[in-house]
Design a protein around this ligand. Sequence first.
Ligand code: MN
Length: 530
Amino acid sequence: MTTNLGSAGERGSEITGDVTKYLIDGYLPTIGIECHVQLATKTKLFSSVDNDARGAEPNSKVSAIDYALPGMLPVLNREAVRLAARAGRALNAEIARESRFDRKHYFYPDLPKGYQISQMYQPTILSGHVDLPDGTRVRIHHAHLEEDAGKLTHHADHSEVDLNRAGTPLIEIVSEPDIHSAATARAYAEELHALMTYAGVTHGDLYHGNMRFDVNVSVAKVGEPLGTRTEVKNLNSFRSVERAAEHEIARQIAVLEKGEKVVQETRGWDDATGKTTSQRSKEDAQDYRYMPDPDIPPIVLDEAEIAQMQADMPTLPDEYRAKFAALKIDKSVERTILRDQKIATTIAEILDNSSAEIAKRVANLFASSLASDEAEQQLSARLSHDGKSVSDEPRNDARRGRRGKFVGQPTLPSSENLIKLAQIFGANEISSTAEKEIFAEMLKNDRDPRQIAEAKNLLQVSDENAIAEIVGQVLSAPENQKAVADFRAGEEKVIGYLVGQVMKQSKGQANPTLAGELIRDKINQSKENK
Ligand code: MN
């Protein structure tokens, strides 16, 4: 039996390697993260009630078990155990052959039993690690299964309790304090999100609080023991993880620089002000009076069962990274396309069915069209319609009971159409501006890109005779004679102006590369003739 598992940030960490790059005013920040992941099961952890309460009336997805009526007995949902085993695989972690549930006692109106069923002593997922794209390894201390509590909405003179979420299955992934910057904290949160969504463990809908991050931060001078930590709870966007860590690091350094002491406490994050505020002093484990739950038998798994649960794991982010090395794309582009499993899968399909050049072209199209937070949110909203999400910036109200609306269909352009688009561009049939326009259209409504180009009149004229005729007109026009003469005299830059005139005459449809070549040929020819 293992003893007290503790929580992220409170265990000792040996800092190896060069940390000078992380130092801020001589202080080394140390961060551990606890992440609650809502499992994508059909029903709750211990009752047969629908686990998806999005858009449902408050207290409409609640059984006698979730209400904690006397005499009710919880029955463990095996699917939650299966998803935990898959999560463990994605976290490079061993699965316990035997794990157990414990009662964590505390009183809160959204917890009618007076205790939360969790795993304190024998968690299902043992130690593992997550390797970030920059090479940082964040060790996972363990991850345990537990049920979620309900939700409270506070008003001026009363509060409302909604128990729809009570009993929702979670895994809480507890990292070791291996993170030393706010940016790495964000990268870790993003990687966990990718791992958990790719593995199908969670819908990963951040807007609805499917993943919530608790960030433990402390600062200390190098060589000194870890400083006193604070915990910022319930962050539900990557950006707020980074900002809260940044703010907390700066705040703690300021406190220490004034000669004061950091108080161990839980702090809340206000997205609007960009500040953390004190909420309560942190309980120690003994305050929860943990005890084994006598109602639930232990989870006992043998090798064969674990292997079966972990069978057919989908391609995980790191495998895609290895595959996409052939594309030679920027790290930022890679980050964008890995944000969503569907995009990553599509790019991989394109690479398999065409060429690295075409796959790179499409990857860059995704990256440039999703560059703005707003664009990414819109796509994410449509994709999360069926539970998949790339949402980074949900409104920070997932726990406040506001209901999000999803509109439109979850579509991504097919790899066939995307290959066609890149090919049409490659054949100079459309300009790069037109390519972007068609791509944006395909994101809304996937169709054959050539049809879109025709409908929008975006096909370039690549007919040499047609362009040659326009070039002839431009070169003989009286107003262009000075430019023609200048070019003849060796002033190369003038070619741009002349191509521009051809584009103007052709209403933007001439292939500019071809037009440039024809202009050059024609002027050089007339030079030789002279
Ligand atoms: Mn928890």
